[in-house]
Design a protein around this ligand. Sequence first.
Ligand code: TRP
Length: 369
Amino acid sequence: MTGDKKSVVTPWEVSGAVDYDKLIKEFGTQALDLAQLAEQKDAPPFIRRGLYFSHRDFPQWIGDAEKGKKVSIVTGRGPSEKMHIGHLVPFIVAQYFQKKYGCMVYIPFSDDEKFFVKKGLTQEQVAAFAQDNMLDVLALGFNPAKTKIFSDFEYTKIYKYAALIAKKTTFSAAKATFGFQGDTNIGFIFYPAVQSAHIYMPQFLEGAQRTLVPIAIDQDPYMRILRDVADALGFIKPGAIHAQFLPGLSGNAKMSASEAENDVIFLTDTPEQVKKKINKYAFSGGKDTLEEHRKQGGNPTVDISFLYLKYLFEPDDKKLAKIEKDYRAGKLLSGELKAILIEKVNAFLKEHQKKREQAKKLVSRFTLT
Ligand code: TRP
């Protein structure tokens, strides 16, 4: 550890420098085979290029999917704010696998969770964010015959399933996993049973099967606690693939609007906002002066514009390699690199915002009742 800033990774807090190898050990997960993922030429760039780094039972899920057995995906969204580009990552994974294997995808919106956890938020606010966030998720183009979305406050039947899990989960197990304190509200304490119910939905509704949960690594504590009740329910332990956090524009470990509005690119930002944010705030691996940069070159590994291209916006390996090479050589300047990213982000957002509008008519077709 660097020692300067304490590293914290829980479902409610991510801060300090994150050591991902250490998390694999601490959480008891497995490292993903990155060389094998790099070969999946049809996969989203962030899968091929190592943003997903850890898993639980992923090979078993892929194995069943490849054999044509019934498999499913669950991934959700805690609707506490407008969505930014980093939030799309697990949903892009879900959409990719649905296209590839034709599997069911369940997408819960945990308005209850955010109501319990975030001090200032009212029930009306989380409900409004859930409605808004659904549009961003559906804009990705899920198959309406194979995708179910719901929010906990609306789909109250979830309570029955959460109760089955709650009865099998002790307070000491939950406390050990989540660190609850005497002043934690009891909604918060019950919520892990609800998220567990989300993840068992395919099995509750369609019988035992392998389910994959694409999540950022901070959500793994839920996996640990819910996998323990699989046997008691007669189900198969759900698996997971874990992503690193997409860094914020400033280079913060996790892109988060609750930290700073200017650290994130919202899916509803205008072209001007995107241009201004990237030019002004995107951390650069370039040198301070033009002469130095030309001579010594830039460092793409810490450059936020390069990282966003790598993980999201430049799927073409040859083009990315050329950008990297030119930047290291000092041929490509920091401002020019930013200009490439700005153009890509704005092209993506233009399409996304159009589909987001169209999604308004689709919500009811996807909603679980
Ligand atoms: N707790 C998740 C978050 O804050 C959202 C979520 C709800 C979720 N249900 C889920 C994620 C099921 C994965 C699977 O982002």
